[in-house]
Design a protein. Sequence first.
Length: 329
Amino acid sequence: MPGETAGMARHVLVTGGAGFIGSHLTRRLIGRGDQVTLLDDFNDFYDPALKRANAAALLEAGAGSVALVEGDIRDAARVDRLFAEGRFDDVVHLAARAGVRPSLSEPILYEEVNCIGTLRLLEAARRHGPERFVFASSSSVYGINEKVPFAEDDPVDLPISPYATTKRAGELLCFNYSHLYGLRTSCLRFFTVYGPAQRPEMAIAKFTDLLARGRAVPLYGSGRSQRDYTYISDIVDGIVAAMDLAPRFEIFNLGGSQTTALIELVHAIAAALGVEPRVEMLPEQPGDVPITYADVSKARRLLGYEPRVPIREGLARYAAWYRERQGGA
């Protein structure tokens, strides 16, 4: 039954568990008494040492409640064996090749990891359990949607990057397995997640580092494109709520439900750091959408989701974390 194990200790498989969102989620889960198995391939999309440091910290913090399995979600035999032996209560599938721009140069890799890899996990769940599956989707699926804010029942027929296409395909695969085999699945459309230990190529991490070093921030297009930035703790709240609800099949937006223009973001980061911003204007990039903006009324109604960290507070937290990592410089 949905929610029947909420409040009870569970064994959760977190794919991509050594990454940014996965590591924050794992800390939340072990804090409430769950057992967590991390599955990660430590690929070189960004420095694997950062993910290995995350994993080491989680294994230490978990004190026996966290296990690490190194492997690729495309490896059918490895995935099947993991599920057969794991006796998981939940799967939270965060592993993916991420990012719009890199997907333009490596579309086949994105298709293999994000679609075939997801299908491997769904097949293993069908054969061995569990019945509860959370899939990390993306606001990118909305493509060039002109209606704002974006709602879950809006058409998503116009993705403009291979990354967005693979995330929409993942949602459809999840629906297949819910409809055919009763897998209880939540697909969570994340809106530009940020916070301590985020991926270094993402805008807030990249801009913070450049500004702190007195370097110019590259801005593509006019700098007026808008994003709905979502602080990591809000995202983790939504993931855990979706795990506990365990609907038959639902799609949820998880966003901050406010927008910030790119040029405004640069100035806000500079203010958080106490520096003067410098920018370099560059041509608009293919695959970028003009705006993302989450309607979170469905998540609010069914999950009790409420974004609590506004962008300036989140940036102040991130700047403080960054300075601590840099030794207070």
